[in-house]
Design a binder for this molecule. Structure first.
Ligand code: ATP
Ligand code: MG
Length: 800
């Protein structure tokens, strides 16, 4: 049952993107003596994530595609405070697992510290660097702004002799952190803020994970990176777009490195690395900053770096993704010069396309419902032959499936009151059991509470394995009650509830972690799977027919306690009502024997339109939501999973209408689908104190911009617990939105004084700090300020 592995293709791909075009042109023009040397330079301060995969595929890919090409793995470990050998190990493992080989080219920036120091001395000797003893604040302040040129600190014109002496003493450990820095002497009036005498070295009395306490001065990125590239004779130094402005510094440094044959650390002849920037990968429903991922790990919001919900290589590996799928995704995304977010559907598509032709199909029942086959002898057991692969997959193999008197089917495949078009089991109806027989339901057994606990069916012996082609409504999965194995299934979903957590957090003025998806992991403890999988190696991948792709968990799964992770669903249950792009249409896999499976026939089991068995009444309500109110199918589905939810929706819409408008059906749907579950916790909807008219009043306040969404969320939690009149609550507690600029502006100006350093960084180009200021204002107003207005005002003040 081994998977097939496709070789990833190499060979020139000139012209497929602007970087490959450039490399091809450089080879043709003999720019670097025809050589192609790239590098992947992670800082060992976190695990690799899908964004790094893009960079790895690009750098190692280009090296592999060109004759004689090399790609170096270089640990950019110049910052002692956050780096650790455990990250080095994980990065090496992940790059190898992705299928790339650095051969003998494994490097550490920390191995070049002596050389970097020698170059700094040379810069001082040439009058190109000086020791500045001004404080961090003074230096920042003297650097000026985008509008104003910088001015020299009193130390800029120190003599070379004095600079050499001070720099040597910095290294010797004579000074505390922050006492001096070494700066390049470039141009204090440059339009490029980074060129205004950038800091090259700072004093840090910290133990480095490799060099220990040998050094107490450490080089900064802008100084270290070009040197690392030049020492290794890299030709194409590829980095992400935010380093655009750093290129000028990069070139300045590279052009001043010693090439004189007498220099002890002379840069080899012909080595002139060239920096080129490409777009950073941003993927929907996740975050990519190592700092944030570290926070999720440290605050135990996920179960470690390899939690299958994490966008890390380790997490994705554990989730069941293959290296091929990650490489295919990188290729699908391509390399461009403009930043953009990538739709998660693209990612899932690459994963499904990769798994479909390689993994065996098995039967698993997530929510077992006992079925007794009354006309099948109680002690009889039959071994049915079932193929592992559908006929459009060029792999062979089959296993025996035991069939017996008692089996389990999935609860969702039975409906007492089947809606129109329901293709599964219902009283008096027939369904085909995959690879087995057609069965008919005769009797429904209930427990004292009235819940269905068992079905009594008869089987038709003439229909074994698809024989006797008789039309039945559908085909469902099943397992033998006695032979199947109980297992745990971890159903993973998006890590965040919103596509762009950072932007959304900024917009709403909330902490990004509040946007985590509470349903990102749903654990099913008592699933049942066919017995044959018990002896498979940990990490084996499968398709559970009609459900999705799964992998046995390499960490927790045991032969006597199987655990499976959902890698990806069979179809995009998250997809919007809009028609899916062509590329996202999954291929159907028609079974080799038996009747066509339901999902091949029409996909009604996993498409959002009808993923749940529901009564005819609820189905009608679902259609009405979609058709009359224009609610998209995914939301309509969620809103009609129970009568209680559908009732709350209707009551809220009706109350909103009476309340004089502003409360649209779409807004009501959003609040019930997205916000209510967070305050509901594990209570039934009918146990909440909240009524439709209260919810309508609350939504009205938000829609009319009388309160902010963040205040409304707090109120919703209260209403859920105890009910109440939202308007009275808002008036009584002075929760109305601050929509008056004159109330907000003083807060902004005082924050700007308090965080002057960040203001300067913002003006120096770190525009991402906008979110920081917006967040601070929102916090200071307890979420009462109009976030849009705050955004505008903050921008105005920072830019002014
Ligand atoms: P930080 O610098 O904040 O620690 P980083 O994500 O830049 O984080 P590095 O270890 O410096 O981490 O990254 C190594 C390489 O991976 C760099 O060349 C960087 O450009 C690239 N890289 C990192 N994130 C992405 C991304 N999202 N998309 C593409 N390339 C990325
Ligand atoms: Mg970096």
């Amino acid at each position: 049952m081994a998977e097939t592995v496709t070789e990833h293709d190499t060979g020139p791909r000139a012209g497929t993107d602007f970087i490959r075009t450039m490399v091809a042109e450089d080879i043709a023009a003999n720019t670097h003596g025809g050589r192609v040397v790239t590098r992947f330079p992670p800082e060992p301060n976190g695990y690799l994530h899908i964004g790094h995969v893009k960079s790895i595929c690009l750098n190692f890919g280009i090296a592999a595609e060109n004759t004689g090409g090399q790609c170096h793995l270089r640990f950019d470990d110049t910052n002692p405070e956050t780096e650790d050998v455990k990250y080095v190990e994980s990065i090496r493992t992940d790059v190898k697992w992705l299928g790339f080989d650095w051969g003998e080219h494994l490097y550490y920036a920390s191995d070049y510290f002596e050389q970097m120091y020698a170059y700094a001395v040379a810069l001082i000797e040439g009058g190109n660097a000086y020791v500045d003893s001004a404080s961090e604040e003074e230096i920042r302040e003297a650097r000026g702004t985008v509008m104003q040129p910088g001015r020299p600190t009193p130390f800029r014109d120190r003599s070379i002799v004095e600079n050499l002496d001070l720099f040597a003493r910095m290294r010797a450990g004579e000074f505390p952190d922050g006492a001096h820095v070494l700066r390049a002497k470039i141009d204090l009036s440059s339009n490029n803020m980074l060129m205004r005498d950038p800091v090259l070295y700072r004093i840090r009395h910290a133990t480095h994970y490799r060099t220990g306490d040998s050094w107490c001065i450490y080089p900064l990125y802008d100084y270290a990176h070009p040197i690392e590239d030049a020492i290794e004779c890299v030709t194409h130094s590829l980095c992400t777009l935010e380093f655009d402005n750093n290129r000028e510094v990069y070139d300045w440094i590279v052009d001043r490195l010693p090439r004189d044959p007498s220099h002890r650390f002379r840069i080899r002849e012909g080595c002139r690395p060239q920096q080129t920037e490409f777009a950073r990968l941003a993927l929907d429903y996740t975050v990519m900053s190592k700092r944030k991922l570290l926070q999720l790990v440290n605050e135990e919001l996920v179960n470690g770096w390899d939690d299958p919900r994490m966008p890390t290589v380790a997490g994705m590996r554990r989730r069941g993704l293959t290296p091929e799928s990650l490489r295919a995704f990188a290729e699908l995304v391509g390399v461009a010069k403009a930043n953009s977010r990538v739709d998660i559907a693209k990612f899932d598509y690459a994963v499904r396309e990769d798994l479909n032709p390689r993994v065996p199909r098995v039967l698993c029942v997530l929510k077992p419902l006992r079925v007794v086959i009354t006309n099948y002898d109680a002690d009889r057991v039959e071994q049915l032959t079932a193929p592992f692969y559908p006929h459009d997959v060029p792999l062979d193999g089959s296993r025996d499936l035991p069939f017996a008197h008692e089996i389990f089917i999935d609860r969702d495949d039975f409906s007492e009151d089947p809606p129109k078009g329901y293709n599964r089991l219902a009283p008096g109806r027939e369904v085909r059991l995959r690879y087995a027989y057609i069965v008919r339901c005769h009797e429904v057994i209930r427990d004292d509470a009235g819940d269905v606990v068992e079905l009594r069916c008869t089987y038709d012996p003439e229909t074994r394995g698809g024989a006797a082609d008789r039309a039945v409504k559908g085909t469902i999965q099943w397992v033998s009650a006695q032979h199947s194995v109980q297992c745990e299934v971890r159903v993973y979903d998006r890590l965040f509830r919103v596509a762009d957590p950072d932007a959304e957090a900024e917009r709403l003025g909330v902490d990004w972690k509040t946007l985590l998806n509470p349903q990102s992991l749903v654990v099913v403890h008592d699933a049942r799977i066919e017995p044959g999988v018990r002896n498979d190696a940990p990490g084996t991948r499968y398709q559970f027919e009609r459900i999705g792709y799964f992998t046995s968990d390499a960490v927790d799964s045991r032969e006597d306690a199987l655990v499976f992770n959902r890698t990806v669903s069979l179809r995009d249950s998250f997809a919007k009502a809009a028609p899916a792009p062509r590329a996202d249409t999954p291929r159907t896999d028609t079974p080799r024997t038996g009747a066509p499976s339901e999902h091949a026939a029409g996909g009604t089991t996993t498409t959002p339109a009808a993923p749940h068995a529901r009564s005819a009444e609820l189905s009608r309500r679902m259609a009405a939501l979609h058709e009359e109110h224009g609610i998209d199918r995914v939301q309509a589905d969620i809103l009609t999973r129970s009568h209680a939810t559908a009732d709350l929706f209707d009551a809220t819409v009706a109350a909103g209408r009476n309340g004089g408008g502003a409360v649209t059906a779409a807004a009501v749907a959003n609040w019930i689908v997205n916000e209510l579950p967070r305050v509901q916790r594990d209570r039934a909807l009918t146990d909440l104190a909240l009524t439709g008219s209260q919810l309508a009043a609350l939504i009205g306040l938000v829609e009319r911009e009388e309160i902010t969404a963040s205040v409304a969320r707090d109120l919703l939690a209260e209403l859920a617990d105890a009910g109440g009149d939202p308007v009275a609550m808002v008036n009584g507690r002075n929760l109305r939105q601050m929509g008056d600029a004159s109330e907000i502006e003083p807060l902004i100006t005082s924050l700007m004084t308090e965080y002057d350093d960040r203001v300067q960084q913002y003006r120096g180009g770190r525009t991402g700090l906008l979110g920081f200021f917006v967040g601070q204002v929102m916090a200071k107003t307890q979420g009462r300020a109009n976030p849009r207005m705050v955004g505008d005002l903050v921008r105005k003040h920072l830019d002014g």
